[in-house]
Design a protein around this ligand. Structure first.
Ligand SMILES: NC(=O)c1ccc[n+]([C@@H]2O[C@H](COP(=O)([O-])OP(=O)(O)OC[C@H]3O[C@@H](n4cnc5c(N)ncnc54)[C@H](OP(=O)(O)O)[C@@H]3O)[C@@H](O)[C@H]2O)c1
Length: 271
């Protein structure tokens, strides 16, 4: 396994296990540099969203890298207020990214009144071939059950907050059973639990950093993982997780860190 290793989505599309998160990476030189460093250090998967306001810079960094799109995996997302104009919003994202297709297009959040309609639009987009795969984000088991009863295309991915401190086992098992690939966002708890003594102790044993342990834990659960960093050294560090593996015992130890700790929004409140 290495930084180019992939998981196969239910429609056969390959998604690299490790991607770069780009939330809060500022559009302009910062985003162009950060995405450029990630691509230079071997990342082949970039996660952006219309709401991050940096699609244009992601597109520029990709162009500057000269890496052909078919060797990359680019995800973007439909913002909440655009559910009823999804096709138009998608066209805008494509234009900003300066790409002729994206690899994955996600419904960013399961807004109650509009999520099913948004999904129907994503199905149309998928049929045009302009999104190689479509999926959802922040969907709970109950949101997924509702969607699976009504959809024509099963979402290929559900991107949710996931870390040992928010080990959503039931959601993981439900997704696995239904061939929906889980992607872990905020896998580093935005840094808020990286000084946990038990995690530091375990990281020492592997001569790795706490961030590397959290990323490796997700990968060993066969979860795609998209840590964000705006610093070159950390981008490299976060990608350097393919030269060790956690024992079954230590995976179990990390699984038991769960404290339902969220750093982002709580979609269980969305009926
Ligand atoms: N679908 C959704 O609703 C949703 C929601 C949230 C996030 N996401 C996606 O998931 C990505 C990752 O989540 P996130 O940005 O919320 O949080 P995260 O990846 O858990 O953590 C990012 C934070 O950790 C720091 N960090 C990164 N690597 C580190 C390292 N090796 N050691 C110490 N600190 C480190 C970063 O600081 P520096 O930048 O200074 O390194 C940043 O403050 C996002 O960027 C976005 O693409 C999606």
């Amino acid at each position: 396994m290495d930084i180019h290793s992939t998981r196969t989505l239910h429609n056969g599309v390959q998604i690299p296990l490790l991607g770069l998160g780009t939330w809060q990476i500022l559009s302009g030189p910062q985003a162009e540099n950060v995405v450029g460093w990630a691509l230079e250090s071997g990342y082949r998967h970039i996660d952006t969203a219309a709401a991050y306001d940096n699609e244009q810079s992601v597109g520029r960094a990709i162009e500057r890298s000269s890496i052909p799109h078919n060797e990359l995996f680019v995800t973007t997302k439909l913002w909440n207020t655009d559910h009823l104009i999804a096709e138009k919003a998608f066209a805008t994202s494509l234009k900003k990214l300066n790409l002729s297709y994206v690899d994955l297009y996600l419904v960013h959040y399961p807004i109650s009144q509009t999520r099913i309609q948004a999904w129907k639009s994503l199905e149309k987009i998928a049929k045009t071939g302009q999104a190689r795969a479509i999926g959802v984000s922040n969907f709970t088991v109950s949101h997924l059950k509702e969607l699976l009863e009504q959809c024509e295309i099963v979402p290929a991915v559900n991107q949710v907050e996931f870390s040992p401190f928010l080990f959503q086992k039931e959601l993981l098992e439900y997704c696995q059973k239904n061939k929906i690939q889980l992607t872990a966002y905020s896998p580093l708890t935005r840094g808020l639990r990286l000084d946990d003594d038990r995690l530091l102790d375990l990281a020492d044993r592997y001569r790795k950093t706490p961030a590397q342990l959290l990323i490796r834990w997700a990968i060993q659960h066969e979860i795609v993982v998209i840590p964000k960093s705006s610093q070159k050294g950390r981008i490299i560090e976060n990608g350097n997780v393919f030269d060790f593996s956690l024992t079954a015992k230590h995976m179990d130890v990390l699984d038991n860190f769960n404290e339902n700790f969220r750093v982002c929004w709580d979609p269980t409140k969305e009926t």
